[in-house]
Design a protein around this ligand. Structure first.
Ligand SMILES: [Zn+2]
Length: 381
């Protein structure tokens, strides 16, 4: 089970458009119709290469602002592009080889990849295994590029991490570049353009995309995560100036803080009397004062109790590594040890799931928090 923890709302692909990205350059090339069929956006991570690709794809396919050098951002076409599901704007991400079976991608796994990108458009999709562009992916691009547009004016392929084309995939890709179609735009994005084959590089119209100014990034982070500009600048320093790295750090921080409050809850429930529980409910730094925080906190509690239950019913093997040490030795273990039997634990779990549903009904968060702890206390022997 994966819980959605963002530590704040997702940062969209459009955030830096018109602020820092060299859109004017692309816009004027579009206006003069001198835009090449194969483009390479290169520069460090967090520069906004994907954002720029999105901007260009929208400009090329917007149904409202035809002739102008920018998408309207509102029409059906622009919205589909922003949601990564326009049939003529095709995103290709480096993926692990295990996604393919007999040259065909596993559609469920592929859908999960897109879901991850939608969730965090600024961060590279992380996989446990090595991710690359495989021959099968390039073959699919070639096949798709030979078809005419479904609904747009121009077929756009955005190939992120383009330096991770496997050798046989690079060779197939070259063939694609040698047989260009007038209505196809290929956008390659790369942090390490020197790793691309020189024969591919020489066929690209190149555009360097530098990281936006630190003050702009700090303003963006501060606005998103209720932190001061100086805190945001500190976070950026820690992240070496990279926005995706800063977002990842922030996420880790949110996870850590969620874990702290989950642990505190088990300890409060185990403490005699109701005093510690009440203190926790009224603590303004805690999760009872913000709906999003409460949601993540409750998800954390449910996850730990579920793990504790699995541990009790099926033994350690059932947890396959995740959170085993916490569940084995942390406050949740002590709590689960004091519950009479696993049926009681199951009942509690269902009760917490009911409380999670109550969150959608606009109830008072502290009342909900109090009810949560009361339910937990009641199952202790
Ligand atoms: Zn539009």
């Amino acid at each position: 089970m994966t819980e959605k923890i963002s530590g704040g709302p997702a940062l969209g692909l459009t955030e830096l458009i018109d602020k820092e990205l060299p859109v004017s350059m692309l816009g004027s090339a579009l206006g003069r119709e001198r835009l090449g069929g194969t483009l390479l956006f290169f520069g460090p991570d967090g520069g906004g290469k994907s954002s720029l690709a999105f901007w260009l794809a929208a400009a090329l396919n917007c149904t409202e602002s035809r002739g102008l050098a920018a998408g309207c951002g509102k029409c059906n076409s622009c919205r589909k592009i922003a949601n990564l599901n326009h049939p003529d704007v095709i995103w290709v991400f480096p993926v692990p080889g295990s996604i393919y079976k007999a040259e065909q991608p596993d559609q469920t796994k592929l859908a999960q990849v897109f879901e991850k990108k939608r969730e965090k458009p600024w961060c590279e999709i992380q996989f446990a295994e090595k991710s690359e562009h495989h021959l099968a992916a390039v073959n699919r691009i070639r096949q798709e590029a030979s078809r005419s547009c479904y609904e747009g004016r121009r077929k756009v392929f955005v190939i992120t991490g383009a330096d991770r084309l496997r050798l046989e995939a690079s060779n197939a890709f070259l063939k694609l570049l040698e047989e260009p179609r007038p209505d196809v735009t290929l956008i390659l994005c790369s942090d390490r353009p020197s790793s691309l084959l020189p024969t591919i590089l020489s066929r690209c119209q190149r555009l360097q995309v530098n990281r936006p100014r630190r003050s702009i990034l700090a303003g963006l982070l501060a606005g998103r995560f209720a932190m001061s500009e100086s805190e945001a600048l500190d976070l950026l320093d820690l992240a070496d100036g990279s926005l995706p790295a800063a977002l990842r750090l922030r996420e880790e921080e949110a996870l850590q803080s969620r874990q702290e409050w989950v642990d505190k809850t088990f300890r409060a429930v185990l403490a005699p009397g109701a005093g510690v529980c009440l203190e926790l409910v009224e603590d303004r730094r805690g999760p009872m004062f913000n709906r999003g925080d409460f949601e993540r906190y409750l998800a954390g509690l449910i996850q730990e109790l579920r793990d504790a239950l699995m541990l009790r019913v099926a033994g350690k093997e059932a947890l396959s590594g995740r959170g085993k040490s916490i569940v084995d030795t942390g406050p949740v273990a002590e709590f689960a040890g004091q519950v009479a039997d696993f049926q009681t634990l199951i009942k509690l779990l269902f009760r917490l799931i009911d409380l999670r549903d109550a969150l959608n009904r606009n109830v008072n968060l502290r009342l909900l928090g109090w009810s949560l702890m009361k339910n937990m206390k009641e199952v202790l022997q």
